[in-house]
Design a protein around this ligand. Structure first.
Ligand code: BGC
Length: 766
């Protein structure tokens, strides 16, 4: 990984840095200050591409407009440039255009890799493995920094409890505890030991706050969030990211409890700066400052800019015509003070200095090429894809496949050999030539020992409404020419019938999930269900590989398909990893980071609900369908098996003397044994339930986990501490954190249905 984690000389030296900031600030005009607070997209769309109308963007005029602003020294930051030569050219315009030579900070959505594409974030979360997650984002940071990107708009730490929302794929799922661990690991991976570490980038957790709760799962729609849900569920991953040192936070698009999140003083002052103690800079989501006027909150752009700045949005991300260009006018009209601009300019300049941009604004283009091609990055991606996969079902031990016992394999389905879909959404700088599809991976793994036949069986399903990412090209699947639906399906059936095992790859096309990709159904799009049923009807054993970023309606598959492996969108090396899993070179060990509903009508469905009236009927809340999950949170099978025993607490009681003070913590220990015949991973999960108190508490909450690798027959004692940090919660009645005196149930096991339990109590003392 090259020079390991060398912080630059500017990183620790705060007083020198502050002095330099003041010196720069003193030399700036109001327009230059407003410019430092403006971040522009720089779009070069492919030849003939049409810009998404909603962006209000003229693709040919936009770059010219940005270059003119660079020439005036009025651009603080750019985004969406990934070519190092372009970065250098634009950086030169910034440095030479600015009277004090202030470089631009380049940001980009490095979400799950830049050139080496990792499994999508929800998949990385499904690894339940912070080390894998950190390693992945360190690779992403290294590639990004090599091409001249200094800052990523990631991780997305929005808790998502409604899978209709397409951006569930960008986060860590439904749980705040898992979400916090994943958020912190990503920040560590992106930033390294300190802001300004070599080969790392600034991390920007987003979207502050509550964006995952869009009404009806409709992206951008309003969010109405209870106080309890905000503090106990939504904020913990942000708190963890900030505590891990995140240098940036991004605002959210939507209204939160009736006020646009980007104009909400309480959110930024009281919560982010005070409660979470965030020290970095805040960027708006794209055009979100302008949107304050669109929302009917600010009367015009000048007011939108003034109000966003006043609540602490330091930098405006803009496509064109930024509201912050009106800041000098807003100061002149007394709508905002110049001091308010100064506060934000200081934060932006401090970030640039910490990153060493003044010393080295340019990148080495040859080195960038080398870094992007580093084969070690592909190895990390392959391991990540192996660790992310979740084995949902494996009746009769159909998996792993033993190639020596098979003669032929049918690899079917429209996603089996689709490079673009294998990568998933939110990637831009990928290389399709090096992308390994499931078919490629299987073929490479079995060589000519097995006869592998493939056909998609059905045509791709298309979105009803196009995606805004279509403008970048190659996003929507192409309609195949002269496709004969009946003949193609018949061919798939024939291949399945003639094979020893059929591997069917189904899910959502990658353009159906991500931003502005919400759905009203969880059904498999297009004719996929028909294909699956036809293949199963041949009697050939079927392995279903699900390519997805949200739960899909697999009710039929969960009854009729013996083996179901969730491979997510597994990334550049996805097919290689999938072959490793199918053939048993590694055992699946990923776990669901969300509750998998049976049907869309159940959502939102979470494991950590409270106990309510008639809890005995919790599974029968609908007259037509069980209200239980299809697969529970934390579920995932293995090629081995595990037994849990000897669950103990090292003390029966903790004493509270009021507030959040406890006289120590309880150590929970459990012995986990690999009772199967092969090495495999188990994710040991600890859940807690508070039996009584000053609020109703969830039936279970995750409060500890550890992914362990155990050899056949090996046992290990796993320990989890439980203290005030795990037992406290935000109480909406007193509007503060509390630790109640109560009895607590503890369960440890391999999913949220773990039944090995014990108890301890918190008692009042002193
Ligand atoms: C998204 C952000 C993203 C930004 C820049 C917005 O539409 O909401 O998450 O970072 O675009 O691409």
């Amino acid at each position: 990984m090259g020079d390991e984690q060398q912080a630059t000389t500017t990183a620790g030296d705060d007083s020198a840095l502050r002095a330099r900031v003041e010196e720069l600030l003193a030399g700036m005009t109001l327009a230059e200050k407003a410019g430092q607070l403006t971040q522009y997209f720089y779009f070069r769309l492919p030849e003939g591409a049409e810009a998404e109308p909603a962006l209000g963007l003229d693709p040919s005029a936009q770059p010219r407009m940005v270059e003119a602003a660079l020439g005036r020294g009025e651009v603080g930051s750019l985004l969406f440039v990934t070519d190092p030569a372009e970065v250098n050219r634009l950086q030169r315009l910034a440095v030479e255009g600015n009277r004090q030579g202030i470089p631009a900070i380049f940001g980009f959505d490095v979400i799950h890799g830049l050139r080496t594409i990792f499994p999508v974030p929800i998949a990385m979360a499904a690894s339940w493995d912070p080390a894998t997650i950190e390693a992945g984002q360190a690779v992403a940071a290294r590639e990004a920094r090599a091409v001249g990107i200094h800052w990523t708009f990631a991780p997305m730490v929005d808790v998502a409890r409604d899978p209709r929302w397409g951006r569930i794929i960008e986060g860590a799922g439904e749980d705040p505890y898992l979400g916090a661990a994943v958020a912190a690991a990503q920040v560590r991976g992106f930033q390294g030991p300190a802001l300004g570490s070599a080969e790392r980038v600034v991390a920007g957790p987003k979207h502050f706050a509550g964006y995952g709760y869009a009404l009806g799962g409709r992206d951008y729609d309003e969010v109405n969030l209870s106080d309890s849900e905000l503090w106990n569920v939504v904020l913990p991953p942000f708190a963890a990211a900030v505590e891990a040192g995140a240098g940036n936070v991004m605002t959210a698009y939507m209204d939160l409890n009736g006020i646009p999140a980007t104009g909400n003083r309480w959110l930024f002052d009281d919560v982010l700066r005070q409660a979470l103690d965030f020290q970095g800079f805040v960027v708006s989501d794209a055009n979100a400052v302008r949107s304050l006027a669109t929302h009917g909150f600010a009367e015009d752009l000048t007011e939108a800019g003034a109000r966003a700045l006043a609540v602490g949005v330091d930098l405006e991300m803009a496509i064109a015509d930024p509201a912050y260009a009106h800041l000098p006018e807003a100061v002149a009209q007394g709508r905002v003070t110049e001091e308010a601009l100064d506060v934000s300019v200081r934060r932006v300049l401090a970030a640039k200095l910490r990153l060493g941009l003044f010393d080295e604004p340019y990148v080495d283009e040859d080195r960038a090429r080398e870094v992007l091609a580093d084969p070690a990055h592909r190895d990390v991606a392959r391991t990540a894809a192996q660790r992310a996969a979740v084995l949902l079902r494996n009746e009769g031990g159909l998996l792993p496949l033993d190639p020596s016992a098979l003669g032929s394999l049918a690899v079917l389905g429209p996603l089996a050999d689709s490079r673009r879909d294998t990568l998933g959404p939110w990637v831009f700088d990928f290389d399709l030539d090096e992308t390994v599809t499931v078919l490629d991976g299987i073929r490479a793994a079995v060589g000519d020992t097995l006869d592998v036949r493939h056909t998609p069986g059905i045509r791709p399903a298309l979105r009803t409404f196009p995606s805004m990412f279509d403008m970048f090209g190659g996003n929507a699947p192409e309609e195949p020419e002269g496709f004969d639906d009946e003949a193609e399906l018949a061919r798939a059936v024939e291949l399945a019938a003639g094979a020893d095992v059929a591997v069917v790859v189904l899910g959502e096309w990658q353009n159906m999930i991500g931003e502005a990709a919400s759905t009203s159904t969880l059904a498999l799009p297009g004719a996929q269900q028909e294909l699956l049923e036809a293949v199963v009807a041949t009697g050939t054993p079927v392995v279903l590989l699900v390519m997805n970023g949200r739960p899909l309606d697999l009710r039929w598959a969960a009854e009729h398909v013996p083996a179901v492996l969730d491979i997510w969108y597994p990334g550049s090396q996805g097919g290689a990893a999938v072959a490793d899993l199918l053939l048993g070179r590694v055992s699946p060990g990923g776990r669901l980071p969300f509750t998998w509903p049976r049907t869309v009508g159940q959502v939102p469905l979470v494991y950590s609900h409270t106990t309510s009236h008639e809890p005995q009927n919790q599974g029968r809340r609908y007259w037509d369908e069980a209200s239980t999950p299809l697969f529970p949170f934390g579920h995932g099978l293995s090629y081995s098996s595990f037994a849990y025993a000897d669950l103990q607490v090292d003390r029966e009681t903790l004493t509270t003397t009021g507030g959040l003070t406890l006289d120590g913590s309880v150590m929970v220990t459990v012995q986990v044994t690999n009772t199967g015949g092969r090495e495999a991973d188990e994710v040991v999960q600890l859940y807690v339930h508070q039996r009584s108190g000053t609020a109703s508490r969830p039936v279970r909450e995750l409060k500890g986990f550890e992914r362990v690798t155990l050899a056949a027959g090996e046992s290990r004692t796993v320990r989890f501490p439980l203290g005030a940090a795990q037992l406290r919660y935000w109480n909406a009645a007193v509007r503060d954190w509390v630790v109640d005196a109560a009895t607590f149930d503890v369960w440890v096991g391999g999913s949220s249905t773990a039944d090995l339990g014990t108890t301890f109590s918190v008692v009042r003392g002193g």
